[in-house]
Design a protein around this ligand. Structure first.
Ligand SMILES: [Zn+2]
Length: 351
């Protein structure tokens, strides 16, 4: 097959995927349209769509977290900087001519067939990144090498690989649901304590919210996530760390045990039991009982260069409301499903 025929075939596929199919599907659904774009790119470049989805989402997160990055105009958030797009020695960093970009070794490609390699164009940006990754191979390890060469940060490589596992496992992009970390029908209490001073282990700042509950109260995953870490830490005791789709690391400390069904590398859903409330920590493995039982919930965000602690309290409040609302709706649905009569014998049948 000639190069020209191949190029026009690619163009046709992409145009179909990008414009025709979503146009038929009203009302517009960005997750569905994006999924079609990723899957179309997988068909053309061989890069599994969950990795494309993960890179795009990672870049969307960076745009939300860094005020100096502009908000994306289209469906795709991948932002390839001018020097990388046009080639490091290209005298014109804003070059959009595919042939000269290729000549100077730039990443920019034209996918929609308008003759311009435009970094602001959804198809061009996604295709260019997919082609870049495909240059390293299509396995998980190949892709990790490609990501490392691009981002030069181990945390970025891990976050993207782990987000790809979440997308791959769930098979969809619409994964915004959250759950409060304690079942609402258990007794618990919490208030805003992030930033308070802590004495143990030197002067530290309290990087989280403490949710007080009885020993053995189930601890639930707050999000769709990837279990990055499980084990002992001298401050947090038995603790578990889960990565979500927004560059956040959800940290659950002082547990008295884990859900035995869950291991490092698993994908969890909001509401999945991950462990149980305890009082472990502040010493060598097995130390417990140095303070009342509670869940220490911490939230850490990666902005592309550093990880920092975020006050989880406002989110916990929001997730608590979201969980309560969902439970109420489920209750309503159950009542709707009941028959319109009551199986209770009446005193007398009205005649
Ligand atoms: Zn705490």
């Amino acid at each position: 097959m000639g190069k020209k025929i191949l190029t026009s075939w690619i163009t046709l596929c992409l145009v179909l995927v990008a414009f025709r199919i979503p146009a038929e599907a009203a009302p517009s659904n960005p997750e569905r349209e994006r999924l079609l774009l990723y899957q179309g790119m997988e068909a053309i470049t061989g890069v599994p769509w969950p990795y494309l989805a993960a890179v795009d989402q990672y870049e969307r997160n960076l745009r939300r977290l860094n005020k100096d990055l502009p908000e994306e105009k289209g469906l795709i958030a991948i932002h390839i900087p001018p020097r990388r797009w046009s080639g490091p020695f290209n005298p014109d960093p804003e070059d959009k001519v595919p042939a000269s970009i290729q000549f100077f070794g730039g990443m920019g490609r034209d996918a929609d067939g308008d003759g311009k390699a435009d970094p602001e164009n959804d198809l061009d940006a996604l295709y260019s990144f997919a082609r870049y990754l495909a240059g390293f191979g299509r396995t998980r390890d190949d892709i990790r090498i490609g990501l490392w060469k691009y981002y030069r940060h181990p945390v970025a490589v891990d976050i993207i690989t782990h987000m790809a596992r979440i997308y791959e496992t769930m098979g969809k992009l619409d994964l915004e649901e959250h759950h409060f970390p304690i079942p609402l029908h258990y007794n618990y209490t919490y208030r805003s304590t992030w930033g308070d001073r802590r004495g143990w282990g030197g002067l530290r700042i309290h990087e989280g919210t403490d949710i007080f509950a009885d020993y053995g109260t189930p601890v639930l995953s707050t999000c769709y996530g990837y279990v990055e870490l499980m084990g002992w830490n001298r401050y947090g005791g038995w603790r578990i760390g889960i990565r979500d789709l927004h560059n956040n690391y959800h940290y659950y400390g002082h547990l008295n045990g884990f859900n035995k069904e869950i291991k490092q590398g698993d994908v969890v859903k909001p509401g999945t039991v991950i462990g149980y409330v305890g009082s472990s920590g502040y010493g060598p493995p097995g130390t417990a009982g140095k303070f009342p039982p509670h869940l220490h919930f911490g939230l850490y965000t990666f902005n592309g260069s550093t990880t920092y602690s975020v006050d989880p309290y406002p989110r916990l409040r929001a997730w608590e409301r979201e969980t309560r609302k969902r439970l109420k709706e489920q209750q309503k649905q159950k009542q709707k499903a009941r028959p319109g009569w009551l199986p209770v014998p009446t005193q007398a049948v009205p005649r």
